[in-house]
Write a protein that binds this ligand. Structure first.
Ligand SMILES: [Zn+2]
Length: 350
């Protein structure tokens, strides 16, 4: 029987006369990979050429740089909105330092922001287990509550921009939680392809992918309880991508407190790795498919973000991503996996 999941790539060699080597011929390699689920391509090139840039976090506390922050001090109670009674009867959700409020700039009918901390600037290695657990707990509580009221919206998403290179408008740590019928092209493509795979083989692609990657042992980082952590075969980020799959968790109601704990433990390990590598910024998302299906389990993705330099703050996205809609990565997933794996081993199970 033909393999149900294939890892296809094309190796490319480019030759030019190198001015750094007295114009001797040099061969430079790159790759195009095909996502095993969707068939979408990604380029791998410029290996090692882009380094994460250090951010001066202290600078973000200087009043002229900091400017107005609606999430700081008493302002978060006074100047952030409240939900109408029929959505969240209490007006807002809170747990520990975390406070969940409506998004002033909503993405859909039910759209919230979770202010994660009291502190305005929180370095990655200072996101405690409790801070992360409290934030995810009330964010997911919000999604579970809006799922059963008013307009049915089948998809549930957590989005997180951390620090300015990620496109985040505020450095004060915050996440966004919203329900929608329109979850974006990546989500929609994966959902469609997962359903086709399920119809063809009567198995869940994501469970099968985890099994294969565990056996291959090239991109499989580790397991924490029911969660499996891997590097993506086609990375969506310039500095690679880590994905976490929760097989069997098919909708937000299946996501239990143990899953939150596993997610938070894994994120803390990734933050330890990022801190060691000098990565200061990222985009992350947690995705939930619609109720009733058995082919699209919850998964989490995280990609580092950086400026190319802090001289003129060139972003790490260019014409490839902006107009060709093609991800480019300068890190091979297999190399990234080797590096991250030791952080999962060192800290054991949650
Ligand atoms: Zn603040």
């Amino acid at each position: 029987m033909a393999a149900r999941i294939t890892f296809k790539k094309i190796d490319i060699e480019n030759t030019f006369l190198d001015p750094r080597q007295d114009f001797q011929p040099i061969v430079v390699k790159s790759q195009v990979r095909f996502d095993p689920l969707t068939g979408r391509t990604g380029h791998f090139s410029h290996f090692g050429a882009i380094k994460p840039q250090q951010l001066d976090l202290e600078k973000y506390l200087d009043p002229p740089v900091k400017g107005f922050c609606p999430f700081c001090g008493a302002r978060r109670e006074v100047q952030t909105p409240k939900f109408p009674r029929e959505i969240i009867a209490e007006g807002r959700l809170t747990r520990g330092e975390a406070l969940l409020v409506p998004n002033l700039y909503p993405y859909d009918i039910y759209s919230s922001v979770c202010i994660m901390t009291r502190a305005h600037v929180v370095p990655l290695d200072q996101f405690s287990y409790k801070i992360l657990l409290d934030s995810f707990t009330i964010g997911l509580e919000f999604l579970k509550r809006v799922k059963v009221i008013g307009t049915p919206l089948p998809y549930h998403i957590m989005g997180w921009n951390y620090m300015p290179p990620s496109g985040g408008g505020l450095v004060h740590p915050h996440q966004q939680y919203f329900a929608t019928k329109h979850p974006g092209n990546q989500f929609a493509d994966e959902l469609r392809a997962s359903e086709l795979f399920y119809r063809s083989y009567q198995i869940d692609y994501w469970q099968e992918m985890v099994n294969i990657e565990q056996k291959n042992d090239e991109r499989y980082i580790g397991q924490l309880g029911g969660s499996h952590w891997l590097t993506s075969y086609v990375a969506l980020g310039m500095l690679g991508e880590i994905i976490c799959v929760f097989p069997g968790v098919y909708c937000i109601d299946d996501f239990r407190s143990a899953n939150i704990s596993e997610l938070v433990s894994g994120i803390q390990k990734i933050f330890s790795y990022y801190s060691k590598k000098g990565i200061y910024s990222f985009n992350a998302s947690l995705f939930f498919g619609p109720e009733g299906q058995r082919f699209f389990p919850a998964h989490f993705r995280i990609v580092p973000r950086t400026f190319l330099n802090t001289r003129d703050y060139a972003p790490d996205l260019n014409f490839f991503q902006a107009v060709l809609q093609e991800p480019v990565s300068v890190v091979l997933p297999e190399d990234l996996c080797l590096e991250v794996k030791s952080f999962f081993r060192a800290y054991g199970r949650p």
